[in-house]
Design a protein around this ligand. Structure first.
Ligand SMILES: [Fe+2]
Length: 304
């Protein structure tokens, strides 16, 4: 496949894989993972369990960290149907982060004009049959794959697959990152299978979803902002505020750089003034990981 798969400008025109060195450095071995799970701060865990109906629409349950040892938590993920994100790798696992940033620099160098100004990472440990729903990230992403196999579905970044009104809602934290999804989108997906040692990147904002291919998976998802992505996120935020006040803002895909920059400046003042309160509630947790139960999801406060 060739040609631009997105309506937004940027040096990355389509999904593509690159080599990385994180596997050979031992970061995805059981002993390393169990140790990091043992010491990782509980507030940096997101534990998700996704279910899908016949129309591909998702429902989400969330888990609390619970009291399992790192070794048992690892086992619960291997046996279950869990998606575990460890946020803040840049501070919580500095050795992995330093190695990943080296690999990132090499990948970035293959895209003339790409210049990340801020990077952050989450380590994802996920069960053999876990799937992540259709969504977009308001950032560039490099997905370093370390263990298992996963299939990435990357969709065009046009108004049909990625409506700006939905993007505004996500950027202004009025909803989580899920976009309206239709099974018909599957005809438009670019499908890439990821093996350990490969890192995948895709055009800024491109919608995507993930299916694990029957194996326990480990990936490091690195997101990054560039000045153009900051400007556009700011413009989307400003548009969300205008829309919430009954306005009909022009879509950012028709704006040139100076107008995007001006709307970014406006977004800083609006954020300072608290113009848009986040509507993402702190989730009530539904379960805690457990070994030897369905999906790896045990009852909360179960006596063990
Ligand atoms: Fe994503």
């Amino acid at each position: 496949m060739s040609g631009r798969r997105t309506r937004y400008p940027g040096p990355i025109a389509e999904a593509k894989t690159h080599p990385h060195s994180l596997v050979e450095q031992g970061f995805a071995e059981d002993t390393a993972l169990a140790a990091v799970l043992d010491r990782y701060p509980a507030e940096l865990f997101d534990i998700n369990l996704y279910d899908y109906d016949d129309a591909g629409q998702v429902s989400l349950r969330t888990g609390a960290r619970g009291r399992l040892s790192g070794e048992d938590l690892l086992e619960a993920i291997k046996q279950g149907r869990l998606w575990v994100n460890l946020r803040g790798v840049e501070t919580a696992w500095p050795e992995l982060w330093a190695a990943a940033m080296k690999d990132f620099a090499a990948i970035q160098a293959t895209y003339p004009g790409l210049r990340a100004v801020r990077n952050a990472g989450q380590l994802i440990l996920s069960s053999p049959k876990a799937r992540v729903p259709y969504h977009f990230d308001a950032a560039g992403v490099v997905l370093f794959h370390l263990r298992g196999r996963k299939r990435l579905f990357v969709y065009p970044g046009d108004e049909r697959h990625l409506p700006e009104r939905s993007m505004e809602q996500v950027v202004a934290r009025q909803t989580t990152e899920e976009l309206p999804y239709d099974l018909a989108f599957e005809n438009d997906a670019q499908i890439m299978d990821l093996e350990p040692g490969r890192a995948l990147t895709w055009p800024l904002y491109a919608p995507h979803r993930v299916e694990n291919l029957d194996r326990f998976c480990v990936s490091l998802s690195m997101d990054f902002q560039t000045w153009p992505s900051r400007f556009r996120n700011g413009a989307l935020f400003t548009n969300a505020v205008i829309r919430s006040r009954g306005g009909e803002p022009r879509l950012t895909d028709g704006m040139a750089a100076p107008e995007l920059a001006a709307r970014w400046v406006a977004s800083l003042a609006l954020k300072r003034a608290g113009a848009m309160k986040s509507r993402i509630a702190t989730f009530e947790r539904d379960f805690q990981p457990e070994v030897g139960v369905a999906d790896g999801a045990g009852a909360l406060n179960a006596t063990r």
